[in-house]
Ligand binder design. Structure first.
Ligand code: IPM
Ligand code: MN
Length: 331
């Protein structure tokens, strides 16, 4: 089968790491064709384009989307993040943001694995709020958090199903129920109700501040974590930092119902400080490619890509050298 991959390299190091990911997927023996989309901060600065509806319609005909990073320092905050990345997540209903972590172990191999399931279409990211009397001494800015029973439940259900499929079968809810007593209450009830359907899965709850300590001091306690959009955003940068660095952190934005294509991207951003120097670590993008292969049902190829990344994780070299080394291991 020849998969059709929509490719958005985006800005900065996105342009350097995505070609390495495609190189590695090809080396893993998976057949695909790409459709390239020139989108991101640079495109916006050139002609004002962010994400035309016609492009969204084209994407619906593709199997998956592969994104590098979007954002340039000279574009005002939010234009590209909200207009492109979040619009993709929302309009394609990519309601699961799956972010796996492997704690480093001896010899560059991965040790303990755990995953964060981040709700990807609601919470503070939904954009509820606004200004009153903007620019005056009496201005008011509100920023609400949207939590629907439907949105929370489908995310928590996905996390339970994932936990049930794993060896350890342990799921932790992370929230801040002691302060966010409305949203937290809804999350906790959805979690408790679903726990009854998954008797094999053991459960736990951590406040997000305590979870930050455990991420650093005792990440072995985690198997699968489920959390809201903003907590998931913050915790997964920390997850990257404690598991070998953000240059290794991969992610999948999934529409598990397959009503539109899922999107795969590294957790890191466009890193303008090191862009254009062939020195970004391509492994986060390559591992995001492995998540894409998982989703396409190419399990053997995905596992082979992860094993090759494991073997090269301590390698020093340029972006292209690391990509070449990983690809060579697969051939
Ligand atoms: C991420 C990023 C995005 C987010 C930004 C770029 C909008 O930080 O994917 O984690 O906050 O979700
Ligand atoms: Mn983030």
């Amino acid at each position: 089968m020849t998969y059709r991959i929509g490719v958005i390299c985006g800005d900065g190091i996105g342009k350097e790491v995505i070609p390495e990911g495609l190189k590695v997927i090809r080396a893993a023996g998976v057949d695909f064709e790409t459709v390239d989309y020139d989108l991101g901060g640079e495109r916006y600065l050139r002609d004002g384009t962010v994400l035309p509806d016609s492009v969204l319609d084209e994407w619906r005909q593709l199997d998956v989307l592969y994104l590098g990073a979007v954002g340039t320092p000279d574009v005002p905050p939010g234009v590209i993040e909200r207009g492109l990345l979040l619009k993709m997540r929302f309009d394609l209903d990519l309601y699961i943001n799956l972010r796996p972590f492997s704690l480093p172990a001896e010899g560059g191999r991965s040790g303990h694995d755990f995953l964060v399931i981040r709700e990807n279409t609601e919470g503070t990211y939904a954009g509820e709020g606004g200004f009153l009397r903007k620019g005056t001494p009496y201005e008011v800015a509100t920023q609400g958090s949207v939590n629907t029973r439907h949105g929370v439940e489908r995310c928590v259900r996905y996390a339970f199903e994932l936990a049930a499929s794993r060896e350890r079968k342990h799921l932790t809810l992370v929230h801040k129920t002691n302060v966010l007593t409305f949203a937290g209450d809804l999350w906790q009830r959805a979690f408790d109700d679903l726990a009854g359907e998954f008797p094999d899965v053991t459960t736990a709850y951590n406040h997000v501040d305590a979870a930050c300590i455990y991420f650093v001091q005792d990440p072995q306690r985690y198997d699968v974590i489920v959390t809201d959009n903003l907590f998931g955003d913050i915790l997964t940068d920390l997850g990257g930092a404690v598991s070998g660095g953000i240059g290794l952190a991969s992610s999948a934005n999934l529409n598990p119902d397959r009503t539109s294509p899922s999107m795969f991207e590294p957790v890191h951003g466009s890193a303008p400080d090191i862009a254009g120097q062939n020195k970004a670590n391509p492994i986060a993008a390559i591992l995001s490619g492995a998540l894409m292969l998982d989703f396409l049902g190419e399990k053997a190829a995905a596992d082979a890509v992860r094993a090759a990344c494991d073997a090269c994780v301590e390698m020093t070299g340029s972006t292209t050298e690391i990509g070449d080394a990983i690809a060579a291991m697969l051939q």
